[in-house]
Design a protein around this ligand. Structure first.
Ligand code: HEM
Length: 359
């Protein structure tokens, strides 16, 4: 899937450039947040189910509602033994409604994929699952199982990727020296061919630092997956009984001044020559989690963010809308399972490099 997603990623980022070119020109600001989110959904959807669905905007909104809904703690979580609470708080009803909506859409996607079944190689995830289902395997694959995997991909894959791209652009705009540095490097590398693609992306050294720094200050999932401890233990003097639900706060770790000097500042250079990376072994920096629940989409998500950011910086100069200074850029976070910007990122693009497809 990762290899298959390469051309999907390329096509979708180029579509984004086309859209921005069409929207730019008269000094008008573009709602970059919306486009970044559609980009992430389209890449994840095409890699998962082969095509973008006609309901893409609807799926995107339901996913966001699910994310908003799952944020924070609710009474039912605090008193899991009181079985009636989910009904009293209305949570059960809302979950069931969203479930019905999503289920109908996913069943439609599965039916379309079955009808379009061909022998041209099942390269997307849904195709592979349907093939295994048809061939029969030791563990039966049901339609419900397939729908659960699809939901996982949409929920876990698209909002997170979009958040990284959106926050990286926001931080670089707010810190124009970092923007300049990243942009100069991107243009130096890709001017050789006039096209941003993955053949040369490994030549970038500064943009990956900026992405790492973004993941430190804005881990898209501020809380890792809940864990249950299998035996009693003591943490910071607190006794934790067996089977307690524990949640690691990745956001707080990334901003802890004990580990990070000038923790609130966006300084990509802090990762230069540093061995700290996001693969889950450095416990002060866990944007993709750690251990057996480590994000399985880490490489896919990082590749999507790398290409999208390199493309945005290569083709366009970016400015704040008239009357606003870079340092005034609003950075308020929206509280949901995935933390994204509260207000859309509206920026003025100026085309600097045309789109050279197929060079
Ligand atoms: C760059 C963007 C991404 C970030 C920052 C991110 C971050 C995370 C984090 C923090 C977790 C929880 C890990 C833990 O608790 O140890 C997670 C889980 C997960 N992620 Fe990602 N993720 C990203 C992209 C993706 C993508 C693109 C996919 C797939 C298309 C994906 C699929 C998943 C799944 C399925 C899980 C649940 C794993 C489990 O249940 O054990 N993620 N992700």
């Amino acid at each position: 899937m990762f290899l298959y997603s390469k051309h999907v990623r390329q096509e979708e980022t180029e579509n984004l450039v086309r859209f921005i070119i069409a929207a730019a020109g008269d000094g008008a600001a573009v709602d970059l947040s919306e486009k970044i989110h559609l980009l992430a959904y389209d890449i994840v959807t095409r890699a998962s189910v082969g095509t973008t669905t006609k309901d893409r905007v609807k799926v995107m909104h339901i996913t966001r509602r699910l994310s908003n809904f799952g944020a924070g703690f609710n009474a039912a979580d605090l008193y899991p033994s009181v079985k009636v609470l989910p009904f009293l708080t209305g949570i059960q009803f809302k979950i069931e409604k969203m479930h019905r909506e999503m289920d109908g859409m996913f069943q439609g996607i599965i039916a379309e994929a079955r009808a379009a079944k061909s022998d041209d190689g099942f390269e997307d995830l849904l195709g592979i699952l349907l093939k295994c289902q048809a061939e029969g395997s030791e563990m039966a694959i049901t339609d419900d199982g397939i729908k659960a995997v699809m939901l996982d991909m949409f929920l876990a894959g698209s909002e997170t990727t979009a958040a990284v791209i959106e926050w990286a652009m926001s931080e670089m705009l707010k810190n124009p020296l970092t923007l300049k540095k990243a942009q100069e490097e991107v243009r130096q590398v890709f001017d050789k061919t006039g096209r941003v693609d993955e053949e040369r992306i490994h030549e970038l050294k500064y943009l990956p630092l900026a992405i790492k720094e973004t993941l430190r200050i804005h881990p898209p999932l501020p809380f890792m997956m809940p864990r249950l401890n299998s035996s009693k233990c003591t943490l910071n003097g607190y006794e934790i009984p067996t089977n307690t639900r524990l949640i690691v706060h990745a956001w707080a770790l990334g901003r802890d001044p004990k580990y990070w000097p000038d923790a609130e500042q966006f300084i990509p250079e802090r990762f230069q020559g540093s061995a700290i990376d996001y693969r889950g072994n450095d416990f002060q920096y866990l944007p993709f989690g750690s251990g057996r629940r480590l994000c399985p989409g880490m490489n896919f998500g990082a590749a999507n963010a790398d290409l999208a950011l390199a493309t945005l910086l290569y083709h366009f100069d970016w400015e704040m809308p008239r009357g606003l200074r870079n340092q005034d850029l609003d950075m308020t976070e929206d509280f949901a399972i995935t933390v994204r910007r509260k207000n859309p990122l509206a920026l003025v693009p100026t085309l600097k490099r045309p789109l050279n497809v197929g060079k």
